[in-house]
Ligand binder design. Structure first.
Ligand SMILES: [Zn+2]
Length: 119
């Protein structure tokens, strides 16, 4: 139920290119073997579920993610972006909160002050 068995082969999500489905699942979502192409010399192997790829939760290998040194406000913005995408996929606030690891109220809050970008 709610499976995301999508054909992501050779599709790009952020800096990741999905190569092969592993046959393993994370919460009903197929885990894919991906290659990180954030830099020419990265090519790191990354395992990410279809859901995390499609929703943009995982966009690159961990090393590159850390190197990018995302600021707090950027993180909030990223969280909001994910919340919005999940909302577009028809998720309830409770489910969005569950996916993002925040409360239902927090998910609602993230979505309600949608376009107010803090300086
Ligand atoms: Zn990388």
């Amino acid at each position: 139920m709610g499976d995301l068995i999508l054909n992501l082969k050779n599709k790009r999500y952020g800096d990741l290119v999905a190569l092969l489905p592993t046959g393993a699942y994370d919460n009903g979502s197929m885990i894919w073997n991906c290659r990180c192409e954030c830099r020419k010399d990265c090519n790191k192997e990354v395992f990410a579920s279809a859901r995390d790829l499609v929703t943009g939760i995982i966009k690159r290998c961990k090393d590159c993610e850390q190197a990018s040194q995302v600021s707090r406000s950027d993180k909030k913005e990223a969280l909001r972006h994910k919340a919005r995408e999940l909302r577009n996929m028809g998720y309830t606030y409770a489910k969005i909160g569950g996916e993002l690891g925040v409360s239902r109220q927090r998910a609602h809050q993230l979505l309600s002050d949608n376009y107010r970008v803090s300086a």
